[in-house]
Design a protein around this ligand. Structure first.
Ligand SMILES: [Zn+2]
Length: 226
């Protein structure tokens, strides 16, 4: 009998912890570091008065709002229009143990017909690849565009970050159709909700015991940030 009551009490506490976000320990809520690409003196891609640095900050704030609403804590690598170095961005995530890092970008190409969404992870990073696959999978559900897939790439900001890390290119603003779409707030909101949903799904996965990032031999060429 005593045993039964103890068991009942255990499940009541467990359920309360699940229902009340404020009662759940911080490490169990998941911490996301969102990195709005570019900023300050570095506008990133530009077209028709649209700056990548403004789009990425807007998107990051929208994702933060969705994640906060679902009980997750979020840190942005920049809160306003300032320049932040690539290493500094990765270090923000490294200083928060267990955090998940997502760098946000919009792409550009000399061929203006090029379009689509793609997500990059550091070569050999099992968790980066898994996270990238979730983001691409989620974005491909509601956004009509070319799914360019998830790919390994030696991007500086991913090299610096020690935990699970990805860089999402949310569309080509050099493409007329995608540029127009990026100017609308509904599109940015859909992007934000889909990325947030992917992050939550990834966070809720049972974690394998393997390290988040596989150590690789030093490679001579590092592709700089896109
Ligand atoms: Zn960029």
């Amino acid at each position: 009998m005593l045993r039964k009551r103890t068991c009942h009490l255990f499940w009541t506490i467990a359920l309360l912890n699940f229902l009340i976000p404020g009662e759940v320990p911080a490490e169990e809520r998941g911490h996301f570091v969102l990195d709005p690409g570019h900023g300050g003196k570095d506008p990133g891609s530009q077209r028709d008065g649209l700056n990548e640095k403004e789009l990425t900050l807007d998107l990051a704030k929208r994702i933060k709002k969705v994640l906060n609403g679902r009980g997750h804590s979020v840190t942005l690598t920049r809160e306003k229009d300032v320049f932040v170095g690539l290493e500094e961005r990765g270090e923000v995530a490294n200083e928060i143990p267990g955090s998940i890092f997502v760098s946000l970008h919009f792409n550009s190409h000399v061929d203006r017909s090029v379009a689509g969404i793609e997500t990059f992870y550091w070569p050999g990073s099992v968790e980066g690849q898994r996270l990238a696959s979730y983001i691409q999978g989620e974005l491909g559900r509601r956004i009509v565009t070319r799914n360019r897939g998830f790919k390994p790439e030696q991007l500086k900001v991913l090299e610096v970050t020690r935990g699970p890390a990805v860089l999402v290119e949310c569309g080509f603003i050099s493409n007329r159709w995608e540029c127009q779409r990026c100017q609308s707030s509904w599109f940015k909101q859909v992007l934000a909700e889909e990325i947030a949903q992917a992050l939550i799904r990834y966070f809720n996965l049972p974690k394998p015991p393997s390290p988040a990032k596989t150590e690789l031999p030093v490679v001579p060429i590092i592709v700089s940030d896109l």
